[in-house]
Design a protein around this ligand. Sequence first.
Ligand code: FEO
Ligand code: CA
Ligand code: CA
Ligand code: CA
Length: 637
Amino acid sequence: MADSEDVSSNPSDNRPFHDVLDVAISRRTVIVGSLAVAATTAFIEPGVVGARNTPEQARRLGFGNGQRSELVGFEPIPNDEELAVPAISDDYEFQVLIPWGTPLFSGVPELDPTDVAANAPYQDRQIGLGHDGMWFFPDRRRPNTQGVLCINHEFGTNFHIFQRETPVNQQDDGPQPTSLAEVRYSQDVHGVSVVELHKTNSGWTHVVDGARNRRITPNTPMDFTGPAARSALLETAAGNEPAGTVNNCANGKTPWGTYLTCEENFNGYFGARNPEQWTPTAEQERYGFSETGFDYGWYLFDDRWDLSNPQYANEENRFGWIVEVDPDRPHAKPRKRTALGRFKHENAEVVVGRGGRVVVYMGDDQRFDYIYKFVSARNWRSMFARGIHPFDEGTLYVARFDDDYTGKWLELSPDNPALAGWSMDEILVYTRLAADAVGATPMDRPEWITAGQRRTVYCALTNNSQRTEPNAANPLAPNPDGHIIRWRDTRQYTGRRFRWDIYVLAQDTRPENGGDPEGTFTDPDGLWADPDGRLFIETDGGQPFGNNQLVVSDIRREEFRRLFAGVKDDEITGLTVTPNRRTMFINTQHPGDGSPAATNFPATENGEFITPAQPDGPVPRDSTIVITRKNGGIVGS
Ligand code: FEO
Ligand code: CA
Ligand code: CA
Ligand code: CA
């Protein structure tokens, strides 16, 4: 989601992460300068802080010796123009899959974005807009060429959805819906698509009428489970059943084969039809609710989203959760797992830790918000055997990063003295406030988290424009570029302590700082660590040049190489692979910010993508991009 919508709502005086970083990295610089061995033992794997990572230091620490990477051997691409069409390494090729408006069922027409009235009745049976996190669930037979894709539809601006007027600038969201029917259309572009895919002789294609095809929208019936499921904080006077998911950002997948979709900027869909009758509570303020939200205007015609309607008080508490979807059961209600807490969820990285307990790492994407983890009570298989879902019993923690490269997971339960007097319901529904109370470390916008080799966990901290003072960790103020932090927990993911370090400061990949121009990136967002030691980095930000992109890093060598660049004003997000990793799926989200003046992607003319953009040409559509290596190799190699 665009930076403009990210305004910190954390009033706590917890020590901002950049202060900790400042101290920690200053200290580290001293260590690196005086005793290199201490630096390597101080942390997890070879690596020094980017800003101080001179070639000489790198050699002394035993990595970055200048040899060509074997893990990341493809020819990288430049990225110095805002192109209307994507670019990919010469060693690779791509195809387009399931653009916005693709029919999932027969009898449903292809979208015409310029005809809202004609299209609106069908959007809940077409691929939505705002392609974001996703996961490919392979079929047992033909796992590398057949399966089902679950894909999030995070959002679409009013301009993109309604195409009513050219925005005066890229932040203009266009005019609001003017009727309940238009609100329903706006709602139906959101949610999740479940769609069967298979590979044919002419490439990957979706299966119309696939048995598992499904659309989940902001109006799909939902169940709550876990400790807060029966909480009065989730009840409304109207008595309406829980329904819908919204702003489905990134994702997770479980060892038992289900999909997790994460609700991020849910606050933006609510507003007050009668602003004089609504005064925000402290909890509503902490979650960023306002009179007009993000101008989606749903509250103007649909009572559920109206904060000033007393019949629907608490409806807003029903959003901000992680929702579990079973891709094999198209009629099963999705389940909101309350034990995982309520905040602006980016993604959910699930790993199996000591004793078979599942651990879920989760970021809350806002300036000065937190990183969380959940640990199941017991071995996940034995919990299922006893009829207990592993996400319904366990412990939620929030991270505190200390100056000496160690950290603590602080328990979010009434057992924590800092939360004496809180009920478990309150902690789970108002998780942000509970985390404030226990002294978590405010971070620079936690986006995706991924677990790599040797149980090292990486988190993209995308940027923090509210930084006002330069420091050793990040000499630019404000710092628009972001960085990637990593840590390793004790007790095989399940412990309460960890060691941490910075993997890279994005600005240090710039040429003027010694970076390779064909590996420069800013605003890291999507992350995926593969089993071989590559880190895939997807970007979402104001690039200093060029478009958003997919960069592949050889973690051991701290090398960065650009594999793919998107189109003007898009964001590259979502990442999943077939089991053999010979096929990768990523997304271009909001290409051209919805404006054909910027790009017509993925429309073609005479079999070619259209360039330069035709302002009167086809409306750009969010799309999935299928990436393969021409020689059939593992993607990233
Ligand atoms: Fe939906 Fe934080 O990106
Ligand atoms: Ca986004
Ligand atoms: Ca994101
Ligand atoms: Ca982002």
